[in-house]
Design a protein around this ligand. Structure first.
Ligand SMILES: Nc1ncnc2c1ncn2[C@@H]1O[C@H](COP(=O)(O)OP(=O)(O)OP(=O)(O)O)[C@@H](O)[C@H]1O
Ligand SMILES: [Mg+2]
Length: 334
């Protein structure tokens, strides 16, 4: 059984031209690290938040989200509390937005520990210090007495990770956990998350708009576009042979970590802008920006997700060889 499973999840907001999420199927197994990538507004955060029952107010929800077998859609408050305090927890982009600025770090951590594990004050303090040590903070006992403004952004994100571990979760949802941090701190935070994931056998859903970061950390990648999954494949396969033109576009528009020809390799931006919620298209939602789009085919009907080897791809032309979509490092000048 998957630890996290989305089955045909659709979320629609009243008055919008297209759903926020449209038939999402996604799984994360125990111990597996899975990434979801896509441009701003594609629905990544709404997907992650759904796992904790945080649906947009007034939304119409169809389909299923299961966390360790428990259905989240329509779950009662007790069931939701059990998921949030035990099985799953979430780390957000901006650590300062998730912590009360006038309370000490120790209160933040021990409060969650006392709620989730029922610990008394003394043992909760000891456990909080232990968790701060586990996320690599140098002086846990002192940090417990500090206020959020006394810590740097990177230190505070470590506190948030410690906070996410208080209930002993098996699933960690990470929504752009490093976007607000500078590059070297990003690398430290990713290293800590990777170590904790391996040590604790956590299932992890890593949300990012950075496909290179996803590749470095994840076993499988889901690519989102306008509320739909347009491609998913094991990481190496996705990089070697992106089948959806949008995936190829993402690869071609982000600087490769280990470019054979160095930082001078040319980046190719994807033309146009992502589709907002007030726009819709009867066919493939990427067609308007796709240089391979075929008149009379791509605008007619939405392409279903179909299997091609180890990948699932939603593109009418995925079965054809679009030769210039090979590895982006070979595409320069195409
Ligand atoms: N609570 C909400 N109420 C109304 N609309 C929402 C709500 N949450 C998200 N949306 C809309 O749903 C769409 C998807 O939003 P989401 O936050 O999931 O995007 P994202 O892929 O995480 O983008 P980013 O990379 O900018 O974080 C957006 O158009 C957003 O405006
Ligand atoms: Mg987001």
């Amino acid at each position: 059984m998957a630890l996290l499973e989305y089955e045909n999840l659709s979320i629609t907001l009243p008055g919008m031209a297209r759903p926020v999420l449209d038939g999402i199927d996604l799984t994360v197994s125990a111990g597996e690290v899975v990434a979801m990538v896509g441009e701003s507004g594609s629905g990544k955060s709404v997907t992650a938040r759904s796992a904790l029952g945080l649906f947009p107010t007034g939304a119409d929800i169809e389909g299923h989200v299961r966390v360790d077998g428990t259905e989240v859609v329509g779950v009662d408050p007790a069931g939701l509390r059990a998921i949030r305090t035990g099985t799953a927890s979430m780390i957000f982009q901006d650590p300062r937005a998730g912590i009360n600025p006038v309370r000490r770090i120790g209160d933040f951590l021990t409060e969650s520990l006392r709620v989730s594990s029922g610990l008394a004050k003394g043992p909760a303090n000891a456990r909080a210090a232990e968790l701060l040590g586990a996320v690599g903070l140098p002086d846990p006992v002192r940090h417990l007495r500090q206020y959020p403004h006394e810590l740097s952004g990177g230190m505070l994100q470590r506190v948030m990770i410690a906070g996410a571990l208080t209930g002993g979760p098996r699933l960690l949802l990470c929504d752009e956990p490093t976007t607000a941090l500078d590059v070297s701190t990003q690398a430290e935070i990713m290293a800590i998350l990777g170590r904790l994931q391996r040590e604790r056998g956590l299932g992890m859903l890593l949300i990012t708009h950075d496909i290179e970061l996803a590749a470095a950390a994840c076993d499988r990648i889901y690519v989102m576009y306008a509320g739909r999954i347009v491609e998913t494949a094991p990481t190496a396969q996705l990089f070697a042979m992106p089948r959806h033109p949008y995936t190829a576009g993402l690869l071609g528009s982000s600087p490769p970590l280990h470019a054979p020809d160095g930082p001078s390799a040319r980046l190719t931006p994807i033309p146009g802008s992502p589709m907002g919620l007030l726009e819709s298209a009867p066919g493939c939602s990427f067609a308007a920006r796709c240089r391979f789009a075929r008149p009379g085919v791509c605008e007619q009907s939405p392409p279903p997700l179909e299997r091609y080897g180890g990948a699932l791809v939603a593109c009418h032309l995925a079965g054809e060889s679009l030769t210039s979509m090979d590895n982006p490092s070979t595409r320069e000048g195409s």
